[in-house]
Ligand binder design. Structure first.
Ligand code: PLP
Length: 389
């Protein structure tokens, strides 16, 4: 029987990375030594102090049953303690914290909780694709807020047309930003909260990279801003912070009604985060100031410097990110992002992600994830240098 995919699946934007993926696999199959700056997945293992807790937790029978929907009491308490310590913000562990099976899961499901078909969701472009996908799955209409170098990769709320703003119910923000590495200040969040209150729009701020600051300044939480709790939730993830991408754990924190609505969607679709993983995440967040985390940031700082220096010498525009582990490099004059990525792969066996894959305003840039050791970055730069631009 011929399968007709649902309209909602057909409505998804084309998967622009598919061609790069195919070529990457083909290059590997042909025996080429591929250097992969494509995926944002740490190359270092989860820290030992987290693994030790997991080993103990996995033996406990009480962790072998369905976990409690919103997260174990200890997990929520640890998140609240982390928020107090790191951001000086008090949150109610029961009403304002929700455990997630990785933050992607919460981000993707959130529109189902608040968006009706035909309503608008404000989405950054370039941006993490899940904001758009979650919107489309809920029948919503994404409106792309353009981020440009000129505006510091921050949306200009004044430029959102009044009729769009009137129809909007939700706005995604993402700082520190994937793919650009930009960060936001408390003043920016104040403007965002004022806009959200004026227009009755919920804010979902994605803080997956908040602990990967390479700058001296630590990124704030939107919840530090007065009134944010009335209009916003923030997504956090253990994935990049603690090298735990495979474990699938994160949390949402903020407005209690929005948390309850998201919890209600999830209660109908999943059965929570494995109890032992929640325990391990408790150890992780309790250790958020440990030196292991600073060592990871130092590693990314070194890699960013080597890669950016090298790329600049080769005609790319690249400055080390203030946070995240991504370098957002402007392509040499006269090229588009897809052509550059295809050539990097064909001629240097180096994988980067074309900026166009993050939205139309991503054109002209390539994203390099810093999950490659310095020695390999140097090899990649030599190979790129041997190409004719
Ligand atoms: N948000 C952003 C901006 C990301 O780049 C990612 C992963 O790449 C996620 C959220 C999802 O992370 P996870 O589901 O592992 O928490």
């Amino acid at each position: 029987m011929a399968l007709v995919r649902s309209e909602r699946l057909q409505a998804l934007p084309p998967y622009l990375f598919a061609e790069i993926d195919r070529k990457r696999r083909a290059a590997r199959a042909a025996g080429h030594d591929v250097i992969d700056f494509g995926v944002g997945d740490p190359d270092q293992p989860t820290h030992d102090f987290i693994i030790e807790r997991m080993v103990q937790a996995v033996r406990k029978p009480e962790n072998h049953v369905y976990p409690l929907g919103g997260g174990a009491a200890e997990f929520r308490r640890q998140v609240a303690a982390f928020f107090r310590r790191r951001y000086g913000v008090e949150v109610d562990p029961q009403r304002e914290v929700l455990a997630l099976i990785g933050s992607k899961e919460g981000i993707g499901h959130l529109p189902l909780a608040v968006v009706n078909p035909g309503q608008t969701v404000l989405v950054p472009s370039p941006g993490y694709p899940v904001y758009r996908v979650g919107t489309v799955f809920a029948g919503g209409e994404p409106y792309l807020m353009e981020l440009t170098e000129g505006n510091g990769w921050l949306p200009d709320f004044e430029r959102i047309p009044a009729d769009v703003a009137r129809n909007a119910v939700l706005m995604f923000l993402n700082y520190p930003n994937n793919p650009t590495g930009a960060t936001a200040t408390r003043e920016f969040y104040e403007r965002a909260v004022a806009f959200a209150m004026r227009r009755s729009v919920w804010i979902a701020q994605d803080a997956a990279y908040n602990e990967l600051y390479l700058d001296t300044e630590r990124p704030p939480s939107i919840l530090e801003v007065p009134g944010a709790r009335d209009v916003a939730i923030e997504f956090h993830s253990a994935s990049k912070t603690f090298n735990m991408t495979g474990w699938r754990v994160g949390f949402a924190v903020g407005n209690a009604e929005l948390i309850a609505a998201l919890a209600s969607v999830k209660a109908n679709l999943d059965s929570g985060v494995f109890g032992a993983v929640q325990e391990a995440a408790c150890a992780a967040y309790a250790g958020s100031e440990r030196p292991e985390l600073e060592r990871m940031r130092e590693l990314y700082r070194q890699r960013a410097e080597v890669l950016c220096d090298g790329l600049r010498r080769l005609g790319f525009g690249a400055t080390p990110p203030r946070a995240t582990f991504y370098v957002w490099a402007a392509v040499p004059a006269g090229y588009d992002s897809m052509t550059v990525c295809n050539r990097l792969l064909d001629e240097a066996h180096v994988v980067g992600v074309p900026g166009i894959g993050f939205g139309p305003t991503g054109e002209g840039y390539v994203r390099f994830a810093l999950n490659v050791p310095v020695e390999r970055i140097r090899v990649a730069l030599e190979r790129i240098g041997a190409m004719k631009w």
